[in-house]
Design a protein around this ligand. Structure first.
Ligand SMILES: Cc1cc2nc3c(=O)[nH]c(=O)nc-3n(C[C@H](O)[C@H](O)[C@H](O)COP(=O)(O)O)c2cc1C
Length: 298
């Protein structure tokens, strides 16, 4: 007997039995699969409930033990008064005129690498630092320290450290492409301006600070806050008719921080010699990108 004949015979003589067996198999199969699907759904639910530790940490920028209720007290008083803000209202013509004048002033700013030794009045230094201190900062954390060095011995010590490190930077640490890209600026490891300039302003970035209650105070967005403050400082230098050299001495942070007795929560971001240009100072004849290459109107 072939399989087809067997099937036909079974269906004809045991019809009820065959259909009962098929129905039972179907029910068992359905129940089994429903249970498996449920287990799978529960597992996916559990996975969703587990927080993504990496992304949560990255976005939060908060202290480690945030469960401590003391951290929920804001660093500056929560009931800080909100006061009216009514700066002098200028006419549209005046606003246009001032925007032109300010552009004209800033367009003459240049990085100068050769300084006159003529001193700067102390009040000027205080005013430009005060101006930098008006900068916005993440949650008003003001994460900056400006160390103003005028003492010739300290300037010389700074120069020695920077020149030692720059020797290594040019020889080993900077890529050949980097050294090639610096050629138009005629820079090298020798930094006489660190002694010639009447003042050096070292801009330190505070990664965090300590609250009065001894807890760590987070300095949100401290990098961009310090960068903005340094920009405002440079515009203040330009406005009062002095010049600066924006420099970032590579690998000098730890040694200069120790020399100037700055705490470990501070990182050196910029070293700015400030003063008047040497009468023979020259600057590379650089072109700036045109407006249509830096401004996109939407
Ligand atoms: C973040 C930053 C780091 C810089 N570092 C150095 C530096 O270490 N040494 C230096 O001679 N110039 C340095 N410069 C100056 C640039 O070379 C200069 O701004 C650029 O060539 C444009 O010239 P300008 O400032 O005269 O417009 C730096 C500028 C910036 C903004």
């Amino acid at each position: 007997m072939n399989p087809i004949s067997v099937t036909v015979w079974a269906l004809e003589s045991h019809c009820f039995l065959v259909y009962s067996v098929l129905a039972a198999v179907f029910i068992v199969f359905t129940v089994f699969h429903r249970n498996r699907l449920q287990v799978l759904e529960n597992r996916i639910g559990d996975i969703k409930k587990v927080p993504n530790v990496y992304s949560a940490r990255k976005d939060r920028e908060g202290p480690d033990d945030e469960d401590d209720p003391d951290y929920l007290i804001s660093a500056i008083p929560e009931d800080t008064l909100h006061i009216p803000y009514k700066p002098l209202r200028r006419s549209t013509e005046e606003v246009i005129q001032r925007s032109r004048e300010y552009y004209d002033l800033m367009a003459t700013r240049r990085t100068v690498r050769s300084f006159s030794t003529e001193p700067i009045p102390p009040e000027v230094l205080e005013n430009i630092i005060k101006t930098a201190g008006t900068s916005p900062s993440g949650a008003h954390t003001e994460p900056w320290t400006f160390v103003v060095v005028q003492d010739p011995n300290v300037k010389e010590a700074i120069r020695n450290i920077v020149e030692e490190e720059e020797d290594l930077n040019y020889a080993r640490r900077m890529s050949r492409q980097w050294v090639a890209d610096l050629k138009p600026f005629a820079t090298n490891a020798s930094k006489p301006y660190l002694c010639d300039a009447p003042a050096l302003i070292l801009v330190f970035r505070q990664t965090h600070s300590m609250r009065e209650d001894g807890k760590k105070r987070m300095h949100y967005y401290n990098e961009i806050s310090v960068a903005i403050a340094a920009g405002i400082l440079l515009t203040a230098v330009q406005y009062c008719g002095l010049v600066a050299l924006t420099s970032t001495p590579l690998n000098c942070n730890a040694r200069l921080r120790d020399l100037l007795s700055r705490p470990s929560n501070e990182r050196l971001e910029l070293l700015l010699p400030i003063g008047r240009p040497h009468p023979d100072a020259t600057v590379p004849d650089l072109e700036r990108k045109r407006l249509d290459r830096i401004m996109i109107k939407v």
